[in-house]
Write a protein that binds this ligand. Structure first.
Ligand SMILES: [Zn+2]
Length: 311
């Protein structure tokens, strides 16, 4: 993912995890702040709202990264971009390790929920909605965004966290290949629902997210097929027979090619040593007639009919 790295700004390193910000984040930040301009009396609050979204997403990704390390995996990079964050986690290939690495992200949002709810309650008690309505609206929005992120991430659509949690759970019963296959198929159905939702809400943004998920879902399906071939050896009797036949055919072809090369060499040497060439041709015909390749045997018999009489 060198391209992501080169198009991202390195922000900081926390406990060995490098945090990058993709350039497109600035573009979308500008658009978002403009779109939601009317919510507050000052655009400063819009900027704060977008930064808070960034902070929640980052905490969520750190949840993934640290959980992954806890189970012995590798996690040293987080990239934040407009469609959320990506923690580059490589948990060990075990369902339990995978489950914890993925579930830890949404768990951060779960932990944040009562804290943010308490802040909103405090703001209500202190009547901030009267004295500083922007601050109250901001706190409500923070709690709302955290809730939306949690619900969205838990949708059982691969590769969203919900889809990956489902995959880890299925892995315990049906193995890593079939669990990925099942989750990718469920994900495809979910993506169709997301496209419908995007159409109904006329949201280009939701459409973009749907396309992004579709690409990953498709990748999951292809990976599952490759894993199935490698892990479970799903070749049934018929497929195995076809494979054997193909291998046998290619063997015959290789044999024919070798005979052809030998014949060519005999022909080329015929001018310099005719006697040797006749003996070599004799030998060639004898071997070709018993090669087991019907076409080659037939050709050798015809050639034998033309060979010079040796006495
Ligand atoms: Zn996540």
């Amino acid at each position: 993912m060198a391209s992501t790295r080169s198009s991202s700004l390195h922000l900081f390193n926390f406990r060995g995890v490098d945090v990058f910000l993709h350039w497109s984040w600035f573009l979308v930040a500008l658009l978002e702040i403009n779109w939601n301009g009317g919510r507050y009396s000052s655009p400063t609050w819009n900027v704060l709202e977008y930064l808070e979204l960034f902070l929640i997403v980052m905490l969520h990704e750190f949840g993934h990264a640290f959980a992954c390390r806890q189970v012995g995996g590798i996690a040293n990079r987080i990239v934040l971009w407009p469609l959320g964050g990506i923690a580059y986690v490589q948990p060990p290939q075990r369902p339990g390790a995978m489950l914890w690495s993925i579930a830890a992200g949404p768990l951060v949002n779960v932990v944040l929920m009562p804290i943010l709810f308490a802040l909103v309650m405090m703001s209500s008690v202190l009547e901030l909605s009267q004295s500083t309505p922007d601050a109250h609206k901001f706190l409500v929005m923070v709690a709302f965004i955290n809730g939306v992120l949690l619900v969205f991430n838990l949708l059982p659509i691969y590769p969203l966290d919900g889809g990956q949690i489902l995959r880890s759970l299925l892995w315990f019963w049906v193995g890593r290949a079939r669990s990925l296959m099942a989750t990718s198929i469920i994900g495809m159905v979910g993506v169709a629902g997301l496209f419908l939702f995007s159409y109904l809400t006329r949201s280009v943004w939701n459409g973009a997210i749907s396309v992004f998920i579709l690409i990953y879902c498709w990748g999951g399906l292809r990976q599952a097929r490759a894993l199935l071939l490698r892990d479970d050896g799903p070749l049934d009797g018929e497929a195995r027979a076809r494979l054997q036949q193909a291998l046998a055919q290619s063997e015959a072809l290789a044999l024919v090619v070798r005979f052809r090369e030998r014949l060519k060499a005999i022909w080329q040497n015929a001018a310099t040593g005719p006697d040797k060439a006749v003996a070599a041709l004799e030998q060639w015909c004898c071997e070709a007639e018993t090669s087991g390749v019907a076409a080659l045997e037939q050709f050798a018999r015809r050639l034998g009919g033309w060979r010079p009489a040796t006495g």
